[in-house]
Design a protein around this ligand. Structure first.
Ligand SMILES: Nc1ncnc2c1ncn2[C@@H]1O[C@H](COP(=O)(O)OP(=O)(O)OP(=O)(O)O)[C@@H](O)[C@H]1O
Ligand SMILES: [Mg+2]
Length: 158
């Protein structure tokens, strides 16, 4: 089975998982794109909150989905850029904001609804897929694609 599966009973548990991934990615050093998948209210933004707040400089940041700005960069160490493709329909929209510089510029980029623009899906990425479980919690699958990332995810989050 690829990746790691975690059940979270509360938003705080989802944020704790995100924090673990954030610290491991920060230590890894290389840039990475993390795609966040799952329907409305699945917990994508909740995950981003836990991810950003554990990093140096992030503890007091108010993290919400970027609506007007299409990409929001937080002054954490390393810096994290947060995007939400729900309202960004097309590859043209992404080209307009210069997404390649964000995706491949060496930072950490968290992208809600990354599957909305499949043409821009980077080959190397981490995916976090959240879904509501029957008990009201969330099933979270973290999976790596390309460049040995799945093995890395299993060590970091398993
Ligand atoms: N185990 C859990 N993990 C994450 N969120 C949870 C959990 N249990 C309940 N919730 C609640 O579910 C909601 C998730 O909302 P959130 O904004 O994070 O979703 P989203 O996936 O970003 O949605 P959208 O697609 O609208 O941006 C929050 O109100 C959160 O408190
Ligand atoms: Mg959201």
């Amino acid at each position: 089975m690829p990746g790691v599966h975690v059940h979270t009973a509360t938003p705080e548990e989802t944020q704790a998982l995100a924090a673990r991934l954030a610290l491991a990615l920060a230590e890894r050093g290389a840039g990475v794109v993390v795609g966040l998948l799952g329907g409305l209210g699945a917990g994508k933004t909740t995950f981003v909150q836990g991810f950003v707040r554990v990093l140096p400089g992030g503890q007091d940041l108010y993290v919400t989905s970027p609506t007007y700005a299409l990409a929001q960069t937080y002054p954490t160490q390393p810096p994290v850029t947060h995007m939400d493709l729900y309202r960004l329909g097309s590859l043209d929209d992404l080209e307009m904001i210069g997404y390649r510089d964000l995706y491949f510029g060496g930072g950490i980029t968290l992208v809600e609804w990354i599957d909305r623009v499949p043409e821009a899906l980077p080959r190397e990425r981490v995916e976090v897929r959240l879904s509501e479980s029957p008990d009201g919690g969330r099933d979270v699958r973290v999976e790596g694609f390309g460049a040995g990332l799945d093995e890395w995810v299993k060590k970091a989050c398993g």
